[in-house]
Design a protein around this ligand. Structure first.
Ligand code: R5P
Length: 317
């Protein structure tokens, strides 16, 4: 009888530990990946949320949750890669909040406006704080991927909001697992730790370049440095390619050193300068980004990484 009682008790605990959540996702496949993880971890009750999104003829957005999500845990997976996507996301979050969700988690693989996280010149606006404080009105926690506001992985509170930062460099390393004689180079010292992580996974060496940017003109200059890459398959990896100026400077230094191949990878491919984008595609043997921002080379899907991090964070707690 004691064994029977304990079995019932164990099953009740297991049942109570079930985490039920609605996933509202846009351009990702996290619910599907979570269902696959359920096979290993047991059922944690993942449901796909439904939302109606519309754009009015004048360009304004409209969002409405379909179905009852009252008192449910909700996760919104949506990249916020420009001002329009920011407004769209705020409307989605507002619709979820007004539908009386129990908790709201935002997974924003890319979050725009995070690069101005400090005041450099008198009179500037602090865009990172503006955006995060706004999102704080709706969400309990934000998951970011290689966020610019802090480089380390894990949880931190920024401007009063819990941020969980996930490093996607492991996904970049996996993508390049077939490079024969790799060496990882980061285009500046700031990204050198991430290059080291990649190098550890690919069991090779890493190094970094020294980059300087003029605060007013934005012009980038990278100093010459012997990186000992002759005959190597170089992978230049960075957290973000925006104008592409940093990568072009790095390519110029590395090309002179006769590597076997030059491959480029970044987590966030903004590619806001079309001419530079074309030049990078011509100069490099391969260039790839994750799908944190929709673009022609966003071939590394982050859905699985996001699903794994959600399991670590929410379900196993
Ligand atoms: C700098 O801190 C970042 O890691 C990137 O290197 C930088 O933002 C890339 O910008 P761009 O492509 O405009 O040179």
């Amino acid at each position: 009888n004691l064994i029977k009682f304990n079995l019932i008790k164990f099953n009740l605990i297991k049942f109570n530990a079930k985490f039920k959540m609605y996933i509202f996702e846009f351009g990702f496949d996290v619910a599907e990946k979570l269902k696959k993880l359920e096979e290993k971890n047991g059922n944690f009750g993942v449901k796909k949320g439904e939302i109606l999104l519309k754009k009015f003829p004048d360009g304004e957005f409209y969002a409405r949750v379909i179905g009852n999500i009252e008192n449910e845990n909700c996760v919104v997976v949506k990249s916020i890669y420009n001002s329009d996507e920011l407004v769209k996301t705020i409307l989605i979050l507002d619709a979820v909040k007004r539908s009386k969700a129990k908790s709201i988690m935002l997974v924003a693989p890319y979050l725009t406006y995070m690069r101005q996280d400090k005041i450099f010149l008198d009179g500037e606006a602090l865009s990172a704080e503006v955006v995060l404080k706004n999102l704080k009105n709706y969400v309990d926690k934000i998951f970011l991927i290689n966020s610019h506001i802090f480089r380390e992985s894990g949880e931190k509170t920024c401007y009063g909001i819990k941020i969980y930062n996930v490093d996607a460099f492991s996904e970049i390393a996996k993508y390049f697992k077939n490079l024969k004689n790799p060496k990882i180079i980061s285009p500046d010292e700031g990204a050198s730790d991430m290059a080291k992580k990649c190098a550890k996974i690919l069991k090779c060496e890493s190094d970094y370049l020294i980059k300087k940017r003029d605060m007013v003109t934005g012009k980038i200059v990278t100093a010459d440095k012997n990186l000992y890459v002759e005959g190597k398959d170089v992978l230049i990896s960075d957290d973000i390619i925006s104008s592409g100026g940093t990568m072009i400077e790095a390519l110029k230094v590395i090309k002179k050193q006769n590597p076997a191949s030059i491959n480029l990878a970044c987590v966030h491919g903004v590619f806001c300068d079309a001419e530079n984008f074309l030049m990078l595609r011509i100069l490099a043997d391969e260039g790839v980004a994750t799908n944190s921002i929709p673009n022609k080379v966003g071939n590394i899907d982050l859905s699985n990484l996001i699903a794994e991090e959600l399991v670590k964070n929410l379900i196993k707690k």
